[in-house]
Design a protein around this ligand. Structure first.
Ligand code: UDX
Length: 435
C-alpha cells in the first residue's frame, strides 16, 4: 500500500521504515530539512537499535522516500500523523500545534477514500475535532495509538503486542477504515496480534490510560522506596516479593531515579489537564501524586550524593554516569539523569557527565555542563553516581574503577549495580530505598 508518514521523529522515522519492512511504499514528511536529508541518505537522526540497518535496507529498496513538502503525500491511501504533542509551556496540557498543522497541511492533498490515521498521543476529543476537518475532502480519519518503547521501537512496531483502532461513528466509514488498517497491519494480524476496534474516544484514552498505569506502577514502588528508606527495609526485595503475585507482576517495579522521556511525564500531566477540562479533575488527582513522587526521587539522588560527600558537593568532582532517560536511547527529554547532573553542577560540584549516546543532545540543552568519556568522568572522582542503567555501567568492575577515583563513594540511582561486589571492593554503596 502507498502511505505517507507525517513527522519523522522518534515515532515517525521508526514507523515509516517499519512499514516498508512490512511491504508497503512510504513517503516520510517532516518540516526539518536536516532530518529529512539524513533520512533520505539512509542515516538515522536518532539512536535507536536496529533503525540504522532498517533505514539502509528500506531506502535501498526504493520504497522509502522522504520530503519536506506535504504535497508528497498526494497519491498515498493512508496518511499517518506521527508528530509530537509536547507539554505546553506554562501549563500541564498538551500542545496540539503540530498535530493541527500536520492535518491542516495534508488537507489539500487528500483524495476521496483516503484515511488519515492519528498515531500521536492526544487528549481525548482531539480525533473527533480533526475528523471534522478531514471530512470535507472525502477522506476519513482513524486513531491508531502507538505503544512502542524506545530502545525496542522497531520490534514493537513490526510485532506489536496489540493493535487499537479508533474508528468513525458511521458504520460504513468504520468498515472502510478498518479494512484499510487491516491491510496495513496484515502481517501482525496474521500472527494473531490482539485487535481492539473501537471509537475515537476509547482509542485516545487507551494510550494515556496505559501510560498513566505504567507511571503509577513506577511511582508506587518509588513511594515504597521512600518508606523503605525511613524504616531500614529494602525496596528491591520488597518488589521481588510482591512481584511474585501474578496479579501484581515484577515488571515496571524498579525503584530508582524515576521515569522520564518524551511520553510518561507529559502524558500524565496532559491527562490530568484534560480531566479538569472535562470537570473530572478529581478522578485523576492521583496522577499529581504520581508526578510528585517521581520528581522527589531526583531530589533524593542529589541529596544522597551531597550526604555521601559529607554535606556539601561544592568543588567535589562527581562522575555522573548516564544522561539519557533510559538505556539504549539518546533521548534526554525530561530525563531524571540529566536533571541530576544539572542540579549537582548548580550546587558547585565539578560534574563530569557521560553517556554512551546522549552527550550531543545533552550538550545542546545544557552547554554549561562538562562532558567526557566514562574514564574521564571517573578519574579522580570524589563520588560516582549511576543514573541511567546502561549495560556498560552495570558491568563496570568495582576494583578497576576503585583505582581511578579519589573516594570510593557510589550512589546507584537505578539499583542496577551488584551491591555485594561493590561493597567487597571497598566502596561505600548507596542505592535507592535499599539498606
Ligand atoms: C513508554 C511506554 O512504555 C510505551 O508503551 C509508550 O508508547 C511510550 O512511553 P518509553 O518512554 O520508551 O515508553 O519508556 P519506558 O521503557 O516505558 O520507561 C519510561 C521511564 O520509566 C524510563 O525513564 C525508565 O527508566 C523508567 N522506569 C521504567 C523505572 O524507573 N522503573 C521501571 O521499573 C521501569
Amino acid at each position: 500500500m502507498k502511505m505517507s508518514v507525517i513527522g519523522c521523529g522518534y515515532l515517525g522515522a521508526v514507523h515509516a521504515a517499519s512499514m516498508v519492512k512490512l511491504g508497503h511504499e512510504v513517503v516520510g514528511i517532516d518540516v526539518d530539512n536536516a532530518k529529512i536529508e539524513a533520512l533520505a541518505a539512509g542515516q538515522s537522526p536518532i539512536y535507536e537499535p536496529g533503525l540504522p540497518e532498517l533505514l539502509v535496507e528500506s531506502v535501498g529498496s526504493g520504497r522509502l522516500t522522504f520530503s519536506t513538502d506535504p504535497a508528497a503525500a498526494k497519491g498515498s491511501k493512508v496518511h499517518f500523523v506521527a508528530v509530537g504533542t509536547p507539554q505546553k509551556a506554562g501549563s500541564y496540557a498538551a500542545d496540539l500545534r503540530f498535530v493541527d498543522a500536520a492535518v491542516q497541511g495534508l488537507l489539500p492533498y487528500l483524495s476521496e477514500g483516503d484515511l488519515v490515521v492519528g498515531k500521536s498521543t492526544v487528549p481525548v476529543g482531539t480525533a473527533e475535532r480533526l475528523a471534522k476537518m478531514v471530512e470535507p475532502t472525502g477522506a476519513r480519519l482513524a486513531w491508531n495509538p502507538e505503544f512502542l518503547r524506545e530502545g525496542f521501537a522497531v520490534k514493537d512496531t513490526i510485532s506489536p503486542d496489540r493493535l487499537v483502532y479508533g474508528l468513525p461513528a458511521d458504520a460504513g466509514d468504520a468498515a472502510r477504515a478498518k479494512a484499510l488498517l487491516d491491510e496495513v497491519y496484515a502481517e501482525a494480524l496474521a500472527a494473531n496480534t490482539p485487535l481492539v476496534a473501537t471509537d475515537y474516544a476509547t482509542a485516545e484514552l487507551v494510550k494515556v490510560a496505559a501510560n498513566a498505569f505504567l507511571a503509577t506502577k513506577i511511582s508506587f514502588i518509588n513511594a515504597m522506596a521512600e518508606i523503605s528508606e525511613a524504616t531500614g527495609a529494602d525496596v528491591t526485595q520488597l518488589a521481588d516479593a510482591i512481584g511474585y503475585d501474578a496479579r501484581i507482576g515484577r515488571r515496571f517495579l524498579n525503584a530508582g531515579a524515576g521515569f522520564g522521556g518524551g511520553c510518561l511525564p507529559k502524558d500524565i500531566r496532559a491527562f490530568s489537564a484534560r480531566a479538569e477540562e472535562l470537570g473530572k479533575g478529581e478522578a485523576l488527582n492521583f496522577l499529581k501524586e504520581v508526578d510528585g513522587i517521581n520528581l522527589r526521587r531526583r531530589d533524593r539522588v542529589v541529596e544522597l550524593v551531597v550526604e555521601a560527600l559529607g554535606g556539601s558537593a561544592y568543588n567535589k568532582k562527581v562522575a555522573v554516569l548516564g544522561l539519557a532517560f533510559k538505556p539504549d536511547s539518546d533521548d534526554i527529554r525530561d530525563s531524571p539523569s540529566l536533571d541530576v547532573a544539572v542540579r549537582l553542577n548548580g550546587l558547585g560540584a565539578n560534574v563530569v557527565a557521560s553517556d554512551p549516546q546522549a552527550i550531543a543532545n545533552s550538550r545542546r540543552m545544557h552547554p554549561q555542563l562538562v562532558f567526557g568519556t566514562t574514564e574521564e568522568a571517573l578519574q579522580d572522582a570524589d563520588a560516582v553516581v549511576v543514573v541511567t542503567e546502561w549495560k556498560e555501567y552495570r558491568e563496570l568492575d568495582p576494583k578497576t574503577v576503585g583505582d581511578m577515583v579519589t573516594s570510593k563513594i557510589v550512589i546507584d540511582g537505578r539499583n542496577c549495580l551488584d551491591v555485594a561486589a561493590w561493597r567487597d571492593a571497598g566502596w561505600k554503596y548507596t542505592g535507592m530505598g535499599r539498606r
